[in-house]
Design a protein around this ligand. Structure first.
Ligand SMILES: [Zn+2]
Length: 83
């Protein structure tokens, strides 16, 4: 029989309803409350479009800075080699 939460894995015990992972998930929900778990999941997993765009911009900026630094380093090294 398949787990009633993820509907993917087999149930852990034949008299149970959940797989091992989902039983742990249920345990975490019982510990922290459903609201808390949902808000953490929303923050971590569900990224809105604006945040994604911002992250892409930051990535590009970092990439450009790294390339510029490497180019400058190479240029300086070349200069030193010609001396
Ligand atoms: Zn499951």
């Amino acid at each position: 029989m398949v787990c009633s939460i993820c509907e993917v894995n087999d149930i852990e015990f034949f008299f149970g309803k959940y797989c091992k992972e989902c039983r742990r998930l249920k345990h975490i929900i019982n510990l922290f409350s459903l609201d808390k778990v949902m808000s953490v999941l929303s923050c971590v997993l569900i990224v809105n479009e604006e945040t994604q765009l911002q992250q892409i911009k930051e990535e590009l900026k970092t990439e450009l800075n790294t390339r510029e630094y490497n180019l400058r380093k190479k240029k300086n090294k070349d200069k030193d080699d010609t001396k």
